[in-house]
Design a protein around this ligand. Structure first.
Ligand code: ATP
Ligand code: MG
Ligand code: MG
Length: 534
């Protein structure tokens, strides 16, 4: 991120904070441990870190763990690991639950100030009253009554759990976020992953966030502007409790087409077995996109290029994969893989006897070293290439030379069974229309390897889901595609996680050394060209 210092972003936004002083800035990234980090969270995390570093300030990683019904230790651990992967390093890590005692005291103070009341209005009715600007029948209860009811809530008793605590803010403010928001809820039946069963009541985000920001010393609270209606409510809480003010700096939420960025919805795909897990390559999680071959540098560059823009951006995946291609193309080695089905043997008359030669792994990057390429008098080509060859045509076998097609044997269905050709290895490759990949067959000096090539489509069929859409109605029926290829013997030495280019096929990442049927699984890395999916 350092190299972006004092720069306008690619989109022309100034990357600076208002009223910020060197050494004084404190930002925070507050994930709720209710799922794995996705690319939207990455935006928030990267921006928070960017500003903390730019102003020589401090970044707080705060687990916003106020709802034990959704939160788990597993998620917290994964968030810690994924932030590390993203190069995000907080100066301190805190939990909202570290402040439960303090928050509880502030809730009591709110009641005693006459600024909060207990309410047992049923949820549906509360919603309707809020919509219509009608005060709750409990709104004018006395401080004593409210104290008693909150105490009852705190025991988690049958009676207590009927109540919640609401800030007494307004019942008819034009901004509905100001209409007496709930600040404490009873949730006595679940165990909190850090505080166990100590608490029967929990603060809401609306209450906890401003208070914890203030007491942890946050100077600039970055949040997505979908919360903008709640900004005055945030400030009201701080005013009500005479706490230090915090600047809210809001930025546009990051969205992607054909993509759900909500932990709750992603959890649904996991629970219904539609994906293999939170790290599924079709998922917009940090783990998913990394598994599909996106680099950390790409994610950082992409986010900082947008900066804290106010627009809610609905990104095409092609944009970010194009950046990724730019990063990986110069540094990933190149090999050959042929579609295995219908692979055709070509006998090349006049070719030198089987031998091997060291060739660069990447023609334009000598740092990647050499691979061993095997040449032979008989080689394989793909069926589609074989079909396209005309008798007498001169074609280029890449990294070898030209051959002239003498004859083809085909079956009744038109499949090419074998080809005879004559070597013209020094022929001019500029004069040929076709440059094809080929491989020498296995022999004792080098064996080809069977690999799985996996490619994926979007998980949902609709470009932009609307609020009223039920996302489950738009699940893509088949979003995983699978084929078997015959790969270069050099591929056998690759390590898990290695990214490569299979010439003429594209970029792939070695996902599993032993996937389906024991073959290595390679996942296609999208390159941003519209023809590819996701
Ligand atoms: P989700 O709906 O996926 O659970 P959330 O906003 O409830 O998202 P949090 O864990 O509370 O998830 O979010 C942590 C931080 O990440 C918040 O500051 C939030 O504003 C930010 N964030 C979440 N989603 C996005 C997004 N799509 N674009 C930018 N920032 C986001
Ligand atoms: Mg949240
Ligand atoms: Mg959300």
């Amino acid at each position: 991120a350092e190299k972006f210092k004092n720069k306008k972003t690619a989109a022309g936004f100034d990357l600076f904070l208002k009223d910020a002083q060197q050494g004084q800035v404190v930002t925070r990234f507050p994930p709720e441990p209710s799922g794995y980090l996705h690319v939207g969270h990455a935006k928030a995390a990267i921006l928070n870190q960017y500003f903390a570093r730019q102003y020589n300030g401090k970044l707080i990683i705060r687990f916003d763990d106020t709802n034990p019904s959704k939160e788990k230790e597993e998620f917290e651990q994964s968030i810690i690991e994924d932030l590390a992967l993203l190069g995000i390093k907080g100066d301190v890590t805190t939990h909202t639950s570290d402040h439960f005692d303090t928050l509880y005291k502030y809730a009591i103070q709110m009641i005693q100030l006459g600024k909060a009341y207990a309410d047992d209005t049923l949820q549906e009715q509360m919603r309707a009253e809020r919509m219509d600007g009608i005060p709750s029948k409990r709104r004018d209860a006395s401080i004593e009554e409210n104290m008693t009811r909150f105490a009852e809530m705190s025991t988690g008793s049958a009676d207590g759990r009927k109540w919640c605590l609401r800030a007494k803010l307004s019942f008819d403010d034009p901004n509905k976020a100001m209409r007496d928001p709930v600040i404490y809820r009873c949730n006595p039946d679940v165990s909190h992953h850090r505080t166990g069963t100590t608490w029967k009541v929990y603060p809401t985000y609306d209450f906890a966030c401003p208070i914890v920001d203030s007491i942890e010393g946050v100077t600039h609270a970055l949040r997505t502007n979908e919360y903008r209606d709640r900004n005055p409510q945030y400030q009201w809480m701080l005013d009500a409790l005479s706490l230090r003010k915090v600047d809210i700096w809001d930025f546009g939420r990051l969205n992607f087409v054909y993509t759900l960025l909500s932990k709750r919805k992603l959890q649904w795909f996991v629970d219904n077995g539609i994906v293999g897990g939170w790290d599924d390559p079709r998922f917009p999680t940090v783990r998913g996109i990394r598994r599909r071959g996106m680099t950390i540098e790409t994610i950082q560059e992409f986010i900082l290029a947008q900066g804290p823009s106010q627009q809610i951006i609905n990104m095409e995946w092609d944009n970010i994969w194009t950046i990724n291609k730019r990063h990986i193309d110069p540094v990933v080695p190149r090999y050959v893989a042929l579609d295995k089905e219908g692979v055709v043997k070509v006998s090349v008359k006049g070719a030198p006897k089987r031998h091997s030669k060291e060739m660069p792994r990447h023609k334009k990057n000598a740092d990647l070293g050499n691979k061993v390429t095997v040449f032979d008098e008989v080689v394989y080509v793909e069926q589609t290439d074989a079909r396209s060859f005309a008798q007498g045509e001169e074609v280029t076998f890449m990294d070898w030379g030209n051959v002239i097609i003498d004859s083809k044997q085909t079956d009744a269905a038109g499949n090419v069974l074998s080809i005879e050709a004559t070597a013209n290895l020094d022929g001019d490759f500029k004069k040929t229309k076709k440059k094809v990949t080929w491989l020498a067959p296995s022999a004792s000096d080098a064996s080809l390897v069977d690999v799985n090539l996996l490619d994926f489509d979007y998980l949902i069929t609709k470009k932009k889901l609307e609020e009223e859409d039920n996302f489950a109605d738009f699940v893509t029926p088949t979003s995983e595609f699978h084929s078997v290829a015959l790969a270069d013997h050099n591929v056998a030495a690759l390590q898990q996680g290695a990214a490569v280019q299979f010439e003429r096929k594209g970029y792939y990442i070695l996902d599993k050394l032993a996937g389906k049927d024991g073959r290595a699984d390679f996942i296609k890395i999208p390159d941003g060209k519209a023809a590819t999916s996701a």
